[in-house]
Design a binder for this molecule. Structure first.
Ligand code: NDP
Length: 482
């Protein structure tokens, strides 16, 4: 086999200026924190900055600022004026796109090609899309005189730090809510750069507040009596804890949780295209994707051919420096996540599945894991049931289409699925059987702000994106008078 050697094509990091220490962003200004923690570059473990560790007092100040901004300014502002701020933020994100992309790759470990071409443009697109909604809420079938809930407490994970921030903040602001957002402990830097964008856009103080910290900071936000809605993306375990915490309250919630997406290949599928879709489904963003196609279900009569071609394709995946524009697979986000991937992979082997990775040399420093597949996996294996959240694919087979559907649905999760077939009728039949919130056909991992996203079963409550996602930030006039 002939392989090309690429010279490194490093994106310069000179465009970002990272401060040695950051405080919280409350009421339009940065305020000093009491305690701090470090955030590192997972590709080489370099300390990037010290970031404030938010406590209950910080959350209290942020919620107060958000409440005052809601009552005095934001809820009184006409929708078309709110929309102007959202357009302004979207345009600034575009203007500063390279800065955001480099910072995201440094703090998260994802390849610059993905942060540059996917995360940042999609984040800007979310603000553009929701800007257009802000002045149309009364005319779009969103209930009688829809009104904002008030203050939204938003907690986001580390896999798409800026994009998840955009998924949360853009609809909340368009609907007239103010927010307190807590980024993930390992990836706070693009949220803090976004705070500077809010200043640049002259967003009224208190409309967006960002309190950095860890799980305790997130719990303090959920428990705060001054918030009206919780919006969370993260693990099912924490999602359940949040559901328990808010059960006795009137707080609204949307929970976007884990997944174990089935990527189902029927024997009439175009094999070469489908191999690309499998690679995109599991190795995009190092597999740190809630809707990843992490369970590959192959119809038995084509399994050998697909696996042979998949292995050839996987051998071409370039693992390495996230800032190198040639890189396909970057660093694992944290040591804790690497440990989890290793533990589950070991469980796969000890339960009898067969592990394969192409030859690839991994950098010595930082957190790395090679692209990996497991064959001979059964429904009972942990690697078929639990979210690995890494570049690890579990391969199962099925004989009849019905058996394929049963195996696909045999999961506590129900977030995403992919169907590969050249027959439209089979795709529609399968889509109706599958218990998954997002179903792709002959493609995978396609996102658009106009398209609702969310899951069944343990994958969460509610939808984000599109008209459905906006509805979750609105109540009818009657509800508000409860
Ligand atoms: P978590 O669910 O713990 O983290 C998500 C966010 O919630 C982070 O901001 C986190 O803060 C915060 N948080 C943690 N504990 C609480 C709490 N009790 N109350 C409120 N907020 C809290 O995910 P992890 O980062 O720990 O990852 C663990 C596993 O979760 C992964 O291996 C993966 O399987 C899954 N995961 C799934 C995601 C998805 O999109 N489906 C996203 C991320 C993880 P902090 O980061 O500071 O701890």
């Amino acid at each position: 086999m002939t392989t090309f050697e690429y010279s490194p094509a490093l994106e310069s990091r000179s465009i970002v200026s990272i401060q040695p220490e950051y405080g919280h962003f409350i009421n339009g200004v940065f305020v000093t924190g009491t305690n701090h923690f470090v955030t590192i570059n997972p590709a080489d473990e370099e300390v990037l900055s010290r970031v404030a560790l938010g406590n209950a007092d910080d959350i209290d100040r942020a919620v107060d600022a958000a409440r005052i901004a809601f009552e005095a300014t934001w809820s009184k502002m006409p929708g078309k004026e709110r929309g102007k701020y959202l357009y302004r933020i979207a345009r600034i994100l575009q203007e500063r796109a390279r800065e955001f992309a480099v910072l995201e790759s440094l703090d998260n470990g994802k390849p610059i090609r993905e942060s540059r071409d996917i995360d940042v443009p999609l984040a800007a697109a979310h603000f553009f899309y929701h800007a257009g909604w802000a002045d149309k809420l009364d005319y779009a079938g969103l209930g009688h005189a829809p009104r904002a809930h008030g203050v939204a407490g938003q907690i986001i994970p580390w896999n798409f730090p800026l994009l998840m921030l955009a998924w949360k903040i853009a609809p909340a602001l368009a609907a007239g809510n103010t927010v307190v957002l807590k980024p993930a402990e390992t990836t706070p830097l693009t949220a803090l750069l976004f705070a500077q964008v809010c200043q640049q856009a002259e967003l009224p103080p208190g409309v967006v507040n960002i309190v950095t910290g860890d799980g305790r900071t997130g719990a303090a936000l959920v428990d705060h009596p001054g918030i009206d809605k919780v919006a969370f993306t993260g693990s099912t375990e924490v999602g359940k804890a949040i559901a328990r915490a808010i059960a006795p309250t009137k707080k609204k919630a949307t929970l976007e949780l884990g997944g174990k997406g089935a990527n189902i290949v029927f024997d009439d599928a175009p094999i070469d295209e489908c191999v690309e879709g499998i690679v995109d489904g599991i190795f995009f963003n190092q597999g740190h994707v809630c809707c990843a196609g992490s369970r590959l279900l192959l119809q038995e009569n084509i399994a050998a051919e697909v696996l042979e071609k998949l292995k050839i394709r996987m051998a071409k995946i370039r693992v390495g420096d996230p800032l190198d524009k040639n890189t396909d697979l970057g660093a694992i986000n944290s040591r804790a996540q690497l440990n989890k991937i290793q533990t589950l992979s070991q469980a796969g082997e000890s339960e009898g599945a067969e592990r394969w990775s192409p030859d690839c040399s991994l950098p010595k420093k930082g957190f790395w894991y090679p692209p990996t597949i497991f064959t001979g996996v059964t429904q009972a294996h942990r690697i078929a049931r639990e979210e690995i959240f890494g570049p690890v694919l579990s391969v199962l087979t099925f004989r009849t289409p019905q058996e394929g559907m049963e195996k696909a649905n045999d999961s506590p999760y129900g977030l995403s699925a992919g169907i590969w077939s050249e027959k439209g009728s089979r795709i529609l039949w399968a889509a109706q059987q599958l218990k998954a919130g997002v179903i792709w056909a002959n493609t995978f991992n396609k996102f658009d702000p106009a398209s609702p996203f969310g899951g069944y079963k343990e994958s969460g409550w509610g939808r984000e994106g599109g008209r459905h996602g906006l509805t979750a930030y609105l109540a009818s006039a009657e509800e508000n008078n409860d």
